[in-house]
Ligand binder design. Structure first.
Ligand code: ADP
Ligand code: MG
Length: 599
């Protein structure tokens, strides 16, 4: 099975070490199980023929050495010895099982963490092309299938395989012909069943992955658009799809689970039959003596008692792994890229300065799958501490431009320079550090206003002066302090308990609190009324004179005091200059103004 190597490949060195320890434990455990079972044999033999104690050299040696005085005492001690062997064996088994379960859950947890980090580390383009429902599903469902459906069965398989091999070797040595015939009978049954079920198991596995994906998407979409669903009464469509996926999921999943258990019953039956057959064979055909018969039977019964469940578990493990393999493959690539990146990640030095300007040189960018460039040949300069406006019709490329300036998009043509140093993979994270960005849809998490602004749980770490400044500049203070719990009020998931304009003001307060060199507003004020918007920007311009401010807005008047305005039309900069200059010199710019005011 090729996948075992692929699996070991994604383990970290620490995980590999633990796996190795478990491997050793498994071997020790199997040996102990074997020894404890074998120890039954002399006990049974003596039980049927107590005189052996005196005729057998070794037995007599022990009898003599420990100065036993009668046979019964010797037998009782022997029984205790056998029993303690079983006890030790059981303790080792319990410990190994615990380590094994702990290991697989731990690996699962670590894989979830790595995947989460991996997705968070992807750039904006990746996220805009993939669904976050998919990420959640992989992080939870596929990893759960990986731990419960692949790692655990794999270790279990390994465990039982070693146990069976050791036991088989032992019973083959003990009685070759009986061992061989039982091995052939049971081996064939399992093998045939496996061949028949193999394809179905893997097919179902992929189906489970697919259905799971559906289930997550339906949930994500339904709850994501809950308001419209409630008003338009369209929840039924989602419910029906959800029912469909869930029912199919249940039947596919249970089918795979049953396939794994299927042979058990047949085998149990055949097991009992074989013991009866063996008894008859030994008794009638071989005409064995009673004590030989008794010992042989007990050995085989006990070995069978251990080996058959082991066989069953080997089968069930392989079936379960087959039935969940798709989960492994669905996250394998991502994990590999994550670890590879992790390895090559070097510690770059933060030698990025921002004292003079940001320069864009001949920037071109096209979204994959789009025919038209979103940005075409953009060259511009933004001086430190200046206040910059970006305007243009919707779809003209304003957000794309912002995304490039702020380092969200990386694979563009042309150059982004800061103080004449090109921004590349070595310094992009330092560049992002200097920027705070306020999008149109502010992301608020389900916590208090305070935490949403400061990202800080520990109140003692909050800079109160800065907080008050942020609240007043963003004009949030008034509404925040009118709430019953003031700044400690909860905003609800995604901020549903606030109005659009309140959310935007919290977003602005957050950006101000972050106190970065550069603050970018991408239509971040469009839910506010014109007066409020103007006031906020007036505040920001006068109170944050050392900050570089970049604002995308449709309300051109807001920008009347700004240092420079770039007017973007059809992916290109059509014109730039101060507000008055643009008004007086460009008709499309004037039209834009009329457009918006006429709205
Ligand atoms: P604006 O912010 O000026 O409204 P955008 O920069 O968002 O415009 O979009 C410019 C063009 O790029 C549009 O044609 C839009 O359809 C396209 N676009 C924007 N974002 C993406 C994306 N994530 N994937 C593909 N195309 C996009
Ligand atoms: Mg936009």
């Amino acid at each position: 099975m090729k996948f075992i190597f692929e699996f070991i490949d994604i383990l970290t060195s620490n995980q590999k070490y633990n796996l190795f320890i478990i491997q050793i434990l498994i071997i020790v455990m199997s040996l102990f199980e074997l020894v404890s079972i074998i120890s039954i044999a002399p006990f049974m033999t003596i039980l049927t023929d107590p005189n052996l104690i005196f005729s057998n050299y070794y037995l007599y040696f022990f009898y003599d050495y420990f100065s036993f005085t009668n046979k019964n005492n010797f037998l009782i001690s022997l029984a205790l010895l056998v029993f303690s062997l079983f006890c030790i064996s059981m303790i080792i088994s319990m410990y190994t099982t615990w380590r094994l379960l702990k290991f697989s859950q731990r690996v699962g947890a670590e894989i979830s963490i790595s995947l989460f980090k991996h997705y968070l580390g992807q750039n904006w383009i990746f996220h805009s092309q993939n669904s976050s429902n998919d990420f959640s599903r992989k992080i939870f469902e596929e990893v759960k299938r990986l731990t419960g459906g692949i790692i655990q069965p794999l270790l279990n398989l390994n465990n039982k395989l070693i146990l069976s091999v050791i036991m088989l070797v032992a019973i083959f040595i003990y009685n070759f012909s009986i061992a061989l015939s039982s091995f052939i009978i049971f081996g064939t049954i399992y093998f045939v069943l496996f061949i028949f079920l193999r394809k179905k198991l893997f097919e179902n596995s992929e189906k489970i992955s697919y259905l799971n994906r559906n289930r997550y998407n339906i949930l994500g979409e339904a709850f994501g658009g809950i308001k419209e669903l409630l008003i338009n009464k369209k929840s039924k469509i989602f419910v029906n799809e959800f029912i469909d996926s869930n029912i199919k999921f249940a039947s596919t999943h249970s089918a795979n689970q049953s396939f794994a258990q299927l042979p058990r019953y047949a085998i149990e039956l055949i097991g009992i039959g074989s013991i009866l057959l063996l008894t008859l064979y030994l008794l009638i055909l071989n005409d064995s003596e009673l004590n030989v018969l008794f010992t042989t039977l007990s050995i085989f019964a006990l070995a069978g008692y251990k080996i058959l469940p082991a066989f069953q578990q080997i089968f069930a493990s392989i079936a379960t792994i087959k039935g969940n393999l798709s989960a492994f493959y669905s996250i394998n690539e991502e994990l590999k890229t994550f670890y590879a990146k992790q390895k090559q990640k070097q510690d770059y030095e933060d030698n990025l300065s921002f004292n003079n300007s940001i320069t864009l040189k001949e920037i071109c960018f096209k979204y994959s799958g789009k025919k038209i460039k979103a940005l075409n040949n953009i060259t511009l300069e933004i001086k430190k501490s200046s206040k910059i406006g970006i305007v243009g019709k919707s779809g003209s490329g304003k957000s794309t431009l912002i995304d490039i300036i702020s380092g969200l998009i990386e694979n563009y043509d042309g150059k982004l320079l800061v103080d004449n140093i090109e921004i590349d993979f070595s310094n992009i994270s330092f560049w992002k550090e200097r920027i705070s960005y306020i999008p149109q849809n502010i992301f608020l998490f389900d916590s208090t206003i305070l935490e949403n602004i400061t990202f800080e749980k520990d109140i003692s770490k909050i800079d109160e002066e800065k907080l008050n400044f942020s609240l007043s500049v963003s004009l949030s203070d008034e509404f925040v302090f009118s709430l019953p719990n003031k700044i400690q009020s909860h905003v609800g998931q995604g901020g549903v308990q606030l109005s659009g304009g309140q959310r935007q003001r919290i977003g602005i307060a957050r950006a101000l609190y972050l106190d970065k060199d550069i603050i970018i507003f991408d239509e971040a004020t469009n839910s506010l009324d014109l007066e409020t918007e103007k006031k906020i920007f007036k505040n920001i311009v006068s109170l944050s004179s050392n900050k570089t401010i970049i604002v995308v807005t449709h309300r051109l008047e807001t920008l009347s005091s700004f240092d420079n305005i770039f007017f973007i039309n059809n992916s290109e900069i059509q014109l730039s200059g101060k507000y008055n200059y643009l008004i007086n010199n460009n008709e499309s710019f004037r039209n834009l103004l009329i457009d918006k005011n006429g709205k």
